[in-house]
Ligand binder design. Structure first.
Ligand SMILES: [Ca+2]
Ligand SMILES: [Ca+2]
Length: 259
């Protein structure tokens, strides 16, 4: 198995200027397609698997966040497609429960492509693929529409969870890890944020520090390297200080593993 180099990827600020701010930035590391967040003001990109979104660009619709990459990320004109991994969930106020599939559905389309609909049970639905340009840059905005429950004219206000993965048509590039879009439909910001925090705490396996899908000794080594290098990713308890408590928390999480 390939050992992924750990992120953050440092990308020259000149090239970062080409990436659309606020989009989900895609990068390929050691043959794996990975999702990342947009760069911070220092030009550093860190792995992120939970993204916020909000309907209402037009009623029940948004095409943000889009997907963007630097030039040369993908082979020229190769394609990247998406899969919906599970049925849509709505936020209970406490959790996104496994048994609580939303009555609403999200439809994904782009121009003539699609629509692809979230399934009504937990099956994988393959959507459509889009091409990187001749410079290997992938920048597209999918359109997401929240559809009402059958028989209703309007979808209910709420916070909705969509689980996706991305795949390349290049066999050398592996499918991304699952990632999540947390959509807000007219609920208070605090409620949206609570749902995002829950996904980060409960669905992202933080012990898998190098995000390659397994918890093993490489995660420990990579954490120790980040910790020794005072890398921002070593702030495991997210209190903005890197200290021994981060080490203790990482070791505790690592020992526990992930489901
Ligand atoms: Ca790992
Ligand atoms: Ca800390």
């Amino acid at each position: 198995m390939q050992h992924l180099t750990f992120i953050p990827l440092l990308i020259a600020s000149a090239s970062m200027a080409q990436v659309h701010s606020g989009d989900i930035v895609l990068a390929v590391s050691s043959g794996n397609a990975i999702t990342t967040n947009a760069s911070d003001q220092f030009g550093s990109i860190t792995s992120q698997r939970v993204f916020e979104a909000a309907f209402g660009e037009s009623p029940n619709f948004t095409n943000d966040p889009g997907f963007d990459s630097d030039n040369g990320t993908f082979p020229a004109n190769s394609t990247v497609g998406f899969r919906i991994r599970r049925a849509l969930r709505d936020w209970s106020g406490i959790e996104f429960s496994d048994d609580d599939i939303a009555d609403e559905r999200i439809q994904v389309r782009l121009g003539p492509l699609g629509p692809t609909l979230t399934p009504t049970s937990d099956v994988v639905v393959t959507g459509f693929s889009l091409a990187a340009n001749s410079s290997g840059k992938f920048h597209h905005h999918l359109g997401y529409t929240l559809l009402p429950k059958p028989g209703e004219s309007q979808p209910a206000d709420g916070v909705y969870l969509l689980e996706l993965e991305l795949f390349s048509n290049q066999p050398s590039i592996q499918t991304s890890r699952p990632f999540w879009l947390v959509f807000n439909q007219n609920r208070p910001t605090q409620e949206h944020q609570a749902a995002i925090d829950w996904v980060n705490a409960n669905l992202v396996c933080t012990a898998d520090f190098n995000a390659d899908g397994t918890v093993d000794f490489f995660d420990y080594l990579d954490f120790v390297a980040a910790f020794s290098g005072n890398d921002a990713t070593a702030d495991f308890n997210a209190d903005t200080v890197i200290d021994f408590f981060d080490y203790l928390d990482f070791v505790a999480t690592f020992s526990q593993g992930c489901a």
